[in-house]
Design a protein around this ligand. Structure first.
Ligand SMILES: NC(=O)c1ccc[n+]([C@@H]2O[C@H](COP(=O)([O-])OP(=O)(O)OC[C@H]3O[C@@H](n4cnc5c(N)ncnc54)[C@H](OP(=O)(O)O)[C@@H]3O)[C@@H](O)[C@H]2O)c1
Length: 229
């Protein structure tokens, strides 16, 4: 049997998530795991993926809120039983919600932190030893952790201050991961989209973001990619 390659997508949705997943699956992966909260939307994402790449790519989806670490871990356990450990973790979940300074509830900030940072930390903690092992064992492998982000870490928007601050923390974590595990052969990348995503925008369309992400994945050396700044 040919070597099975699994793409783990955390934050599957109709925008960047769908385009990156479709392109990456068409280029490299036999198995795709999709994680998001809404079961009905996940069915649409499964159908869109199969339409884009064909039914030879196996797909499984898990409806779970990744802010709930026990539920998230159970989904990752089930996905691993089905497809084995991922070669690539594509982390795309975020909550884009207006947050007004000093009236926004602190619990909402903590919820965003769980989605953006804690759940990322948990999945990387789980998968990194295997990604390092793959890097050492097989020079043709592309073990990777790819995270979508924005300009908010460096240019906070006060009306989106909660997302701005958790994205800054996420970027900081990714930079530490890059410094530590990049030299060990794991591709760590932050895909920064510098404004609203729109299918009609030449730079910030999901399809262009997917193409740029694949370009970085194929030959990029740097830790960050800037798109549509
Ligand atoms: N959209 C923009 O204008 C824009 C601009 C710059 C950067 N970005 C970045 O791009 C990424 C998202 O791309 P996108 O906006 O095009 O969205 P998308 O790929 O269409 O979907 C992302 C999906 O993440 C899922 N998600 C959110 N919270 C979750 C949670 N707690 N647990 C599990 N899944 C969760 C949501 O699905 P459920 O609701 O079903 O859970 C959502 O559909 C984020 O990193 C965002 O910061 C977006």
């Amino acid at each position: 049997m040919a070597f099975q390659k699994t793409l783990l997508v955390i934050g599957a949705g109709p925008g960047i998530g769908r385009s990156v997943t479709g392109l990456f699956a068409s280029k490299r992966y036999n198995n795709v795991v999709l994680i998001a909260r809404r079961a009905e939307q996940l069915k649409l994402e499964e159908a869109a993926l199969t339409e884009a790449v064909g039914s030879h790519v196996k797909v499984k989806s898990y409806a779970v809120d990744i802010a709930n670490l026990d539920a998230f871990t159970k989904a990752l356990d089930d996905a691993e039983t089905a497809f084995g450990r991922p070669e690539c973790v594509f982390y795309n979940a975020a909550r884009v919600l207006p947050s007004e300074l000093l009236t926004h509830d602190v619990k909402e900030i903590e919820y965003d932190f769980k989605i953006t940072v804690s759940a990322l930390y948990a999945v990387v903690q789980r998968e990194m030893p295997n990604l390092v092992r793959i890097a050492k064992a097989d020079s043709s492998a592309k073990p990777a952790v790819i995270v979508t982000s924005s300009a908010l870490p460096q240019q906070p928007i006060p009306q989106l201050f909660a997302l701005s601050l958790v994205k800054a923390a996420q970027r900081n974590l990714m930079e530490s991961l890059s410094m530590t595990y990049g030299p060990q052969g794991v591709h760590i990348g932050l895909i920064n989209v510098g404004g609203p995503v729109s299918p009609t925008d030449t730079e910030r369309s999901p399809s262009n973001i997917a193409a740029k992400t694949w370009e970085w994945f194929s030959d990029g050396e740097s830790f960050e990619v800037l798109i549509g700044y």
